[in-house]
Write a protein that binds this ligand. Structure first.
Ligand code: PMP
Length: 350
């Protein structure tokens, strides 16, 4: 850190992204990417767009908005596209949280919520999940803070019902409730239709998981047009061309290629069930994951040991060094070949 850094940033604990090692080839099951390449149509559009890289991208992402309006049954001004959904979450923190009202989210959830709260000096109330990692919607009823809920949650993969989401949204009319649906396509229930009924609901989604575009960085948020216009105030005050030309084209292709989307999603769900059954046979206990990863624990074996031994064998998974999570590893659902390589390595280790 230089001597010039703002005082307010000196104590900030920054987000630690999952490992992206280069030193050797790994079976990479640590950052919840898709094992499938992008849709061929997405790649074709992306290549065409690359030939016009000398031009700025469309700051309004009009083609993407039109496709999203059709796909999600919304109006074009009810969506904003962002540089990954991390940027949508950032915009939401910047737009809707302040020192007075604060933010609330579970104690175990996506780590970026706490980082953004700290970055903006927003008091964060971290509400403990129950001992089985389930979320009690009543903990958020009338809480009077900006609420952030990942549904399905990370790193547990556990989901809550849309009626629970509605209860939280309805009981906090003075605050925005942000529902982060990064993993919803793998078996969660979306809250998007509720945006027509509630002006305080913002649903954040990503192309990184179910649409195989993690490296392109494309996310979006859906909500009442006033909320979206608030997010645009942040976007147009920081980075109006936040989604580059190639990414807009790839996103459009991915949205339009419904058949490929369904094929990949269904395969990942099938592989998740296959992996879950095999892990149970090996003596692991699992949370009920509706995401593209499993959260697994083997009694008496620390998550870190499993992580390190797997890494030695060329398989990367994620573990978390916090008291409630250190028994677990989070394993991305890969292709069948990757899954079998993981299972083979685990059998040897155990
Ligand atoms: N929300 C959750 C719950 C996540 O796990 C992730 C992925 N790390 C994100 C948001 C951000 O994803 P991206 O920025 O790639 O869209």
């Amino acid at each position: 850190m230089s001597r010039f850094l703002n005082d307010s940033l000196k104590d900030l604990t920054v987000y630690t992204p999952g490992e992206q090692p280069k030193e050797r080839e790994y079976v990479k099951l640590n950052t919840n990417e898709s094992p499938f390449p992008p849709s061929p149509y997405a790649l074709r559009l992306c290549r065409l767009a690359a030939a016009q890289m000398q031009l700025y991208s469309d700051p309004e992402c009009r083609d993407l908005k039109a496709a999203a309006a059709e796909e999600f049954g919304i109006e074009k001004d009810e969506v904003i596209f962002t540089n990954g959904s991390d940027e949508a979450l950032w915009f939401a923190f910047a737009a809707f949280c302040d020192k007075k009202s604060g933010a609330a989210f579970p104690d175990i959830t996506y780590g970026f919520y706490k980082v953004f709260a700290d970055l903006y000096g927003v008091p964060a109330t971290e509400i403990p999940l129950k001992s089985d990692f389930s979320l009690d919607a009543d903990d958020y009823v009338g809480i009077n803070k900006t609420v952030f809920i990942a549904n399905p949650n990370a790193p547990t993969g556990m989901a809550i019902s849309v009626s629970d989401i509605e209860k939280i949204v309805e009981s906090n009319p003075k605050n925005v409730v942000v529902v982060d649906e990064a993993y919803v396509d793998f078996g969660g229930e979306t809250a998007v239709p509720l945006i027509k009924k509630y002006d305080n609901l913002l649903v954040v989604r990503t192309f990184s998981k179910s649409r195989s575009l993690a490296g392109a960085r494309l996310g979006f948020a859906i909500g009442n047009r006033e909320l979206i216009s608030d997010l645009n105030r942040i976007k147009y005050s920081t980075n109006p061309y936040n989604v580059n030309r190639m990414t807009q084209a790839a996103g459009l292709g991915a949205l339009c290629d419904a058949e490929y989307f369904r094929f990949c999603r269904d395969k990942i769900i099938e592989n998740r069930e296959y992996l879950a059954a095999k892990l149970k046979k090996l003596g692991f206990t699992l949370t009920d994951s509706r995401a593209n990863f499993l959260f697994a624990k083997k009694e008496g074996v620390p998550g870190k040991d499993i992580y390190l031994k797997l890494k030695e064998k060329g398989v990367l998974v994620r573990h978390f060094d916090t008291p409630r999570l250190n028994g677990y590893v989070r394993i991305t659902v890969g292709s069948r070949e990757e899954t079998d390589a993981l299972l083979h390595a685990l059998e040897e280790i155990l």
